[in-house]
Design a protein around this ligand. Sequence first.
Ligand code: SAH
Ligand code: SF4
Length: 433
Amino acid sequence: MNFSDSEIVASIMTEKNYKPVKEAAQADIIFINTCSIRDNAEQKVLNRLKQLQSLRKQNPNLVLGVLGCMAERLKTFLLEEQQTGFRVDMVVGPDAYRDLPQLLLDVESGQKAINVILSAEETYADITPVRYASNGVSAFISIMRGCENFCTYCVVPYTRGKERSRNPQSILKEARELSERGFKEITLLGQNVNSYNFTEESAVKTWNFPVLVEAVAAINPLLRVRFATSHPKDMSDELLYVIARNDNVCNAIHLPVQSGSNSVLKKMNRKYTREDYLERIAAIRRMIPGAAITTDVIAGFCGETEEDHKKTLNLMEQVGFDFAFMFKYSERPGTPAAKKFDDDVPEPVKSQRLQEIIELQNRLSLKSNREDVEKIFEVLVEGKSRKSDKKVSGRNSQNKMVVFPDKGYQPGDYVNVKIMDCTSATLKGEAAD
Ligand code: SAH
Ligand code: SF4
């Protein structure tokens, strides 16, 4: 989401004739787009802001701005040099990017500038993002902003505000233009894409997420469509049918479970039970055989017992996830969990549980990849493999990375690849035709 937001910021800036540079040292203005999801994400940004101060020596007019979720969460605190130990000139929340050029004028006139007003309507629908760090093959399209699910551990509803869906016509226009420019893969982005909902002004048509996905898929059969993230409580059969009947809607579903214990899920306000989740998994397996299912897991949430943790491990094994993002619970100030519950799982226990979750997932990922050996997949080439320029890499529909010998392929080519070998992270193959 931040990657996508940075492309929107780049577009607003280039409209005003600012130009991107490759290195921070070459810049007159530096914007850091930030994440507040866990404390370590924030610590990285604070360290970076400290380091960047040295550039002020060479460039006394350097403007340093903090954008995004940390700007929203910490507001004027970031401008208080005495307290932070570094100087920031601008603080701009995720709904105020259109104001950036004006805020820069304020900074040029010697003031510090801040806009952290959240909006109930802003979707940046009319802005065509500048794909400045793109591989020319895959692109993100933001289809909604904000979140109102209020999972008790999560800061997003406070930093990104109300949930709002972007006008579908602007999404389709952006997707068509990307396809015409040769892009082959689009990922539709939102905090909870399944709750996408837009009623056109004429009120003749209400768009939900399955309708939107099918419309994007219809643009070009060679354009792959992915999406993230789906919330299990809103994962409808209608969406599963759309994935099943459209070859170019990828067979990969990211469905964050967070925990395998009902009491923890309840405390997290996730609004589904372990049983509900497993029922959705069964539906996916039934309707889309061969789909990859990936997840997010939090270790050591408030009050989590050893038994709760075992239930998470057990659920992971039962589902056999292909991949997972795994985190230690990090208390976020102002969230319902921070207000109501004790962050009472001791740090070494959190670490131990996370370690067990990671080890299990590595085993599950390896098992899943081994089952792919001998199979043939259509792979979308993204570019040279990171390890060898005699090989190329790309992804299959299941979103698994596949590496295979280069026979002069170009980024954006589709190649049928037979899988010969694997690690827990990568499939290795050879072109099958
Ligand atoms: N909207 C998406 C993703 C939200 S953030 C969703 O609901 O799935 C991505 C992941 O970060 C979450 O799925 C969760 O696993 C993790 N996360 C969020 N808040 C966290 C916190 N306070 N501590 C640790 N992990 C957290
Ligand atoms: Fe956070 Fe929950 Fe919203 Fe995801 S669905 S962004 S975890 S509140």
